[in-house]
Design a binder for this molecule. Sequence first.
Ligand SMILES: Cc1cc2nc3c(=O)[nH]c(=O)nc-3n(C[C@H](O)[C@H](O)[C@H](O)COP(=O)(O)OP(=O)(O)OC[C@H]3O[C@@H](n4cnc5c(N)ncnc54)[C@H](O)[C@@H]3O)c2cc1C
Length: 246
Amino acid sequence: MRTRARRAGAGEDSDWILDGSKMWITNGSIADVAIVWAQTEGGIRGFVVPTDSPGFSASVVKHKMSLRASITSELVLEGVRLPASAVLGDVTGLKGPLSCLNEARYGIVWGSLGAARDSLGTALSYAGDREQFGKPISGFQMTQNKLAQMSVELTNGMLLALHLGRRKDLGTLRPEQVSMGKLNNVTKSIEIAREARTILGANGISLEYPVIRHMNNLESVLTYEGTPEMHTLVVGQALTGIAAFR
Ligand SMILES: Cc1cc2nc3c(=O)[nH]c(=O)nc-3n(C[C@H](O)[C@H](O)[C@H](O)COP(=O)(O)OP(=O)(O)OC[C@H]3O[C@@H](n4cnc5c(N)ncnc54)[C@H](O)[C@@H]3O)c2cc1C
């Protein structure tokens, strides 16, 4: 985290000055406010930054082949001056951003499965309509194997998400459990979408069907809110007690 915030004066009520940049920020070019985490002398703090502040600029990241329906931006902060009231609550350190990430990651545990469910549904319907050698391709054992495996993984993912949700309701959900859910459900959802794509044959690469869109969008979901490697390391640390991040 290279973005830095420093006090403009000596007092607790003095303004903050922010300098730095953030890549790959969803909706950064259309948002009215940006939540920016920055290094300060006292550790990481969060700031509410109105995007019309002098020194703030945002440019759209072009050439995306994934999540094309949402705008992704680079934010640049050059001497952005904010009042003392712009800093977020009492949270200092990585705990602030990680507590936000934990919520977003939990949402992805479910959201990724929506793409998988639609991919399976599309493949099932297509395989029932498409005929080869005088019968629907859903009647061939190899297609049924694909559909059955996809269904098993989707059900596993749903049960994992449901279990995590129940722990969340009880207030006992731990971050490494969310990591396990994000890691498993996104990875399996991509596999399901890719398998569904094969069942559609050439139509699998057409935007007339939703499957290749889900596949490409899941590539972003795989990376953001923690890559598979990061979540693997979170689970690894929880199991062994040894951090292998660096
Ligand atoms: C469409 C989209 C929207 C996004 N929206 C937002 C947003 O709104 N806000 C926001 O803050 N971010 C957002 N992101 C950014 C996203 O969170 C980051 O891209 C992600 O955290 C990965 O960081 P990176 O791209 O710098 O990859 P890197 O950190 O460079 O990683 C590249 C590869 O190296 C691996 N790697 C890195 N370090 C290690 C290590 N120590 N051990 C093992 N492997 C390692 C990674 O797992 C990965 O495979 C968005 C990204 C995308 C694609």
